[in-house]
Design a binder for this molecule. Structure first.
Ligand code: MG
Length: 388
């Protein structure tokens, strides 16, 4: 017996701990809930401005290419996720297609995976074709924050502190965010990355995020060549996001995997990163790029284009759970980004959902429980929702 979609809602949530002067994606979120006729609820989130995603989802229908999302979904069978993705894409094609509209569809798609899984009693990854690996391998992002008046020694001290917490929490793969900008010269940056590798030892996977440091590939290559023997897994956001020609030049010359595309949406934009940008790793965010339905299509490109897919994820525990189901189902992802509540101090990341799975010797078990396998802290949502 089919339990059809009864309604959808978008709830903006703002953390009182958020800072407008840094780059912390866990400062806010927008939760999208899809309800079925029997009172079950699936939920997802988008990594985009909450009030704008809510406006997009709530907008009244203007014409057939600019429809209200609820109108498209109500009365449909939530199990037909890819079919609904297509209806949402076509029904919001005029205002949507890539940016904010696709971010909103991403949250709906994640919520549909959660709801369909709950209806069928299956973890979301089983709806994506099932497990393609026995265990999950997250990498823990190490972010000391922007300098805000602190010295480079202060920032490195905070990085070392977070390294220790990540290793204690069980991670064996980390990404060091070196968003130091004018605080260091390129030569100083090379030394600091060397200190990071030394502090970790040789056995820990280490990736670097440069935070869009350079405006030309020559300068980026100068640094990458000089850190290559530190065994760096990938170099993220070395160049400006839309400089695909520069990425191609860099990727052709660098021994380290070049990666990016954290802001990209849909397989069509990722195709540009692969064919024009020639990167070895693409990093679409599942809550921006089109949800689990679309990232699975992107992951399938690996079979024909030789690239890896390591999703960006700097949001709440909903995004962390989504990353787990993605990696479970997709062999294209050697690791996936993980904000650990044991390492990065964020109340929204720590308290919005539970349970938080353990990391043992670098790995997590496959998700269990229907849908995303997490419960939403409704009390916290009631306290921090920004639309009342
Ligand atoms: Mg990044």
């Amino acid at each position: 017996m089919v339990s059809r979609i009864a309604r959808i809602e978008a709830i903006p949530v703002i953390s009182p701990a958020g800072s407008a002067n840094d780059l912390d994606g866990t400062a806010d979120t927008v939760i999208v809930k899809v309800h079925d006729e029997d009172g079950r609820v699936g939920f997802g989130e988008a990594d985009a401005p909450p009030s704008v995603v809510k406006s997009f989802i709530d907008m009244p229908t203007a014409h057939l290419w600019s429809r209200n999302a609820g109108e498209i979904l109500v009365g449909e069978d939530p199990v037909e996720i890819a079919g609904l993705w297509q209806k949402l894409y076509e029904g919001t094609f005029w205002p949507g297609r890539r940016g904010l509209g696709m971010h909103a569809i991403s949250a709906i798609d994640i919520a549909l995976h959660d709801l369909a899984g709950k209806q069928l009693g299956l973890p979301a990854y089983k709806l994506m074709g099932g497990a393609r690996r026995a265990k999950l391998r997250p990498y823990c992002t190490i972010y000391p924050g922007l300098a805000q008046g602190r010295s480079i020694d202060d920032l490195m001290g905070e990085i070392f502190r977070q390294f220790d917490m990540a290793l204690t929490a069980g991670f064996r793969a980390v990404k060091m965010e070196v968003l130091f900008y004018d605080l260091v010269t390129d030569l100083e940056l090379i030394r600091r990355i060397g200190e990071g590798r030394k502090a970790l030892g040789d056995d820990i996977l280490l990736a670097i995020d440069f935070g869009y440091r350079w405006h030309n590939w020559h300068d980026a290559l100068f640094v990458l060549e000089r850190i290559a023997d530190h065994n760096i897994f990938f170099a993220e956001a070395a160049l400006q996001h839309d400089d695909l020609a520069g990425h191609a030049r860099l990727a052709e010359r660098s021994a380290i995997r070049i990666c990016g595309a954290e802001a990209a949406a849909t397989r069509f934009e990722i195709r540009e990163w692969l064919t024009v940008g020639k990167v070895g790793v693409v990093q679409p965010n599942i809550g921006r790029g089109g949800g689990l339905t679309e990232i699975r299509r992107i992951a399938d490109l690996r079979e024909i284009m030789g690239a890896e897919v390591v999703p960006h994820g700097w949001k709440t525990g909903i995004t962390s759970a989504v990353g787990r189901h993605f990696q479970a189902a997709c062999p294209a992802a050697p690791v996936f980004e993980y904000v650990s509540p044991h390492v990065f101090d964020s109340p929204l990341r720590r308290e919005l959902v539970s349970p938080e799975p353990a990391v043992v010797d670098g790995y997590m078990d496959l998700p269990t429980g229907p849908g995303l396998g997490i419960a939403l802290n409704e009390e916290l949502v009631a306290c921090w929702r920004a639309d009342r």
